[in-house]
Design a protein around this ligand. Sequence first.
Ligand code: ABF
Length: 224
Amino acid sequence: MTLDANALKQAAAQAAIDYIEPWLKPDAVIGVGTGSTADLFIDLLCAKRDRFKAAVASSERTAKRLRDGLVRVLELNEVTSMPVYVDGADEINPQGEMIKGGGGALTREKIVASVSERFVCIVDASKQVEVLGRFPLPIEVIPMAQEAVLRKCRLLGGEPAVREGFVTDNGNIIVDISGLSIHNAVGLETEINQWPGVVTNGLFALEKADVALVAGQGGVTLVE
Ligand code: ABF
């Protein structure tokens, strides 16, 4: 039997619940990402709400889903540490470097991930790539910098497009850069983050995944 995309996401979500079991303790705060794979993880996490103290959400959408599942949601500023942050990705390479932000929540995802001790990435095998860049790289941009940032994207050799009708949870726009072949993810993440008006970009390479749980037809593989 061939598993469809949703079944693979479900398998990755279940593997994440099993993986974080040692950290489900009464004082633990769990970091929770955004996206369809993260949604499946949230539903499983909500069933374990009596096992941990609270969660920090990487988006308004995730916060609502957690609250609907009766999980206490804390602001990041109320939290000093989190043992794990669980989130999906749009692409991941063998080094654990990722492109994220297809859902537009990249800045909050990066902030919450930076406070957690361990990034657990949950993906189906279609997200695995040798070289990042087939998925357009999202960057969150303060609106007045839009045209300046588009010009810089073109100088990189990319084809930028403003995401139509989309405003981030922080009130900014998203520019998606197509046509990149990213061989130095740390370098590109660092460079784009220096551009005035860029809030952050969707490369997670300076702080990459510590563990990836990759769901394929043969089961879930743990990549460290
Ligand atoms: C988040 O959700 C994002 O960073 C990424 O864009 C997206 C992946 O979504 P899905 O799990 O729906 O493929 O993790």
